[in-house]
Design a protein around this ligand. Structure first.
Ligand code: G6Q
Length: 537
């Protein structure tokens, strides 16, 4: 982060310390209009923040000093910005809808490959949806089980729930990720082998959880249908690893590929989205990609002062580095977005949870805020208390859709009233005098006073559709990218995840060996011994 540019932001934070959001609105009612913008079907109101024109200008300088313009171009044009893995970062190519677009990696245009896989996915999902893809006993597919974890699971789950109104209702979709056998066992209780399609989704096709679950599912299927040959009709793969797919027993004809320049947590618009495409159909899937593409274009071309991902990123940095806000909350007021906070958690925390800069030196500031959230209004009846009156500063993104897919009486008006009211209450609070005027007894006044001055962003779309969902995901993807650029960290590697993959293998052998090695620390050795005793080893 450019020290000089940050100093200016810091100076303004100090200067404005006494000013609340309420003061800022009193001074400048025009801010609601000025601090709002539209992109790709989304309206962002960021006026309820602790900002004025000078702070924004200083924040924009921070982006400029980080060379953001060039970094954006490097990403979109396939430069190897994931340097620790020596890879390009091209999830934007996956949804590039320009038929003439050429995007080159190592001198080779990746777009023909992208279009080819999309077509293969479309043809395959058509045959499944139309009942032309027959299971081993000749029955049509009714159940689809995606087996994957992390980036090969969170996106498909989130989007399948989000786009339920567009989903083929006479099919059922399941997602098995955890290596906890309960996850698979409970799923298999819900499906019938002869009508089930398993999609094994794994970029590497070596991930312990996914491969164990896939092997177990394969064994179950063979047992249920009584013939090994059944696997070919009930298993397909989404992967970059042809050899491993074939070794598992899946015909590579039924493998949908992607590339090492697609990061796991950015892979939803790749073949990893196959389960979603089967659910909503290829035309809706195309609209989903179009939403992404619209936000991509906005991000690449809009000037930073009117650029939605850039503005969200800068506000996040203001609170995280300037006000010490360790976390931020994402609060979708739409039940269909119930898994969106969990999806974002991976995208943000795995990308920017980095402690060294691009030169390998410890970063002298904190990076990677903790992202969390739940759908409204449920959160209001649990953790909002802490946001309103607790001692932590937690900036919130409220997300809402003006129209519901399920109009029932006045429920939707009530839902949206709650959203708007929360942002109002968080910003403006309630003073002691206002409490007294309401007749609150003096001794209760401190408890019923709301400090306010809590920052929020409000994101509104007309309706949650494949297109607006795609745009929303891209918005946060680019926000995370911008923050990574400003913090000067590598956002596209994940050595922490790799570590977990290696460590578990060492412990597993000690759980199952005749005699444990005893090579761990005293605590881990005791835990291993206790487990072994309980399971009779
Ligand atoms: C994502 C991470 C991680 C990854 C999973 C699954 O960015 O790298 O969450 O997606 O570990 O990996 P595979 O797809 O290779 O099974």
């Amino acid at each position: 982060m450019d020290a000089q540019a940050w100093e200016k932001v810091d100076e303004l934070i100090d200067r404005n310390q006494e000013k609340t959001i309420k003061d800022l609105f009193a001074e400048d009612p025009g801010r609601a209009e000025r601090y709002s913008l539209e992109a790709a079907g989304w309206y962002l109101d960021y006026s309820k923040n602790r900002i004025d024109d000078a702070t924004l200008k200083a924040l924009l300088k921070l982006a400029e000093k980080a060379g953001l313009k060039d970094e954006i171009e490097k990403m979109f044009t396939g430069k190897k910005i994931n340097a620790t893995e020596g890879r390009a970062v091209l999830h934007t190519a996956l949804r590039n809808m320009d038929p003439k677009a050429k995007v080159k990696v190592d001198g080779k245009d990746v777009m023909p490959g992208v279009r080819k896989v999309l077509k293969a996915m479309g043809d395959f999902s058509d045959t499944v949806r139309r009942g032309q893809w027959k299971g081993f006993t000749g029955k049509r597919i009714k159940y689809v089980v995606n087996i994957g974890i992390g980036g090969s699971d969170l996106g498909p789950v989130m989007a399948n729930i989000a786009l339920t109104p567009y989903s083929k209702r006479n099919m059922k979709f399941f997602f098995v990720s955890n290596v906890d056998s309960t996850h698979l066992a409970e799923t298999l209780r819900e499906v019938k082998a002869d009508q089930t399609l398993f999609i094994v989704a794994s970029k590497t096709f070596t991930t312990q959880e996914t491969m164990s679950n896939a092997e177990a599912a394969k064994a179950w299927l063979v047992k249920e249908l009584g013939d090994k040959k059944a696997v070919a009709k009930h298993f397909v793969a989404v992967s970059t690893a042809e050899k491993e797919v074939s070794a598992f027993g899946i015909d590579v004809k039924n493998m949908f590929g992607f590339w090492d320049w697609v990061g796991g947590r950015y892979s939803l618009p790749s073949a990893i989205g196959l389960s979603l495409m089967i659910a909503i159909g290829r035309n809706n899937y195309k609209k989903f990609l179009k939403g992404y593409y619209k936000m991509d274009r906005h991000f690449r071309t809009a000037r930073f002062a009117r650029n939605m991902p850039v503005i969200l990123a800068l506000l996040g940095i203001l609170y995280h580095n300037g006000y010490g806000a360790e976390s931020y909350c994402v609060l979708p007021y739409d039940q269909y977005l119930s898994r969106f906070p969990a999806y974002l958690q991976q995208m943000d925390m795995e990308s920017n949870g980095k402690g060294v800069d691009k030169d390998g030196n410890p970063v002298p500031y904190t990076t990677g805020p903790i992202e969390w959230g739940e759908p409204g209004t449920n959160g209001q009846h649990s953790f909002y208390q802490l946001i309103h009156q607790g001692t932590h500063l937690i900036p919130c993104d409220f997300i809402g859709c003006s129209r519901t897919h399920n109009p029932v009486g006045d429920l939707h008006d009530k839902l949206m009233a709650n959203l708007f009211a929360q942002t109002e209450a968080l910003a403006f609070g309630k003073t002691a005098d206002e409490c007294r005027k309401e007749g609150v007894p003096e001794k209760l006044v401190p408890f019923k006073t709301f400090e306010g001055n809590k920052p929020t962003n409000t994101l509104l779309c007309d309706e949650l559709t494949p297109e607006t969902l795609g745009a929303l995901i891209a918005l946060y993807e680019h926000k995370v990218f911008v923050q990574g650029v400003i913090w000067n960290v590598y956002s596209y590697d994940q050595w922490g995840v790799q570590l977990g993959k290696v460590l578990a293998k060492g412990v597993l052998s000690d759980l199952t060996a005749k005699k444990p090695s005893g090579k761990h620390d005293a605590s881990t050795n005791r835990l291993i011994a206790r487990y072994r005793a309980a399971v009779g080893r």
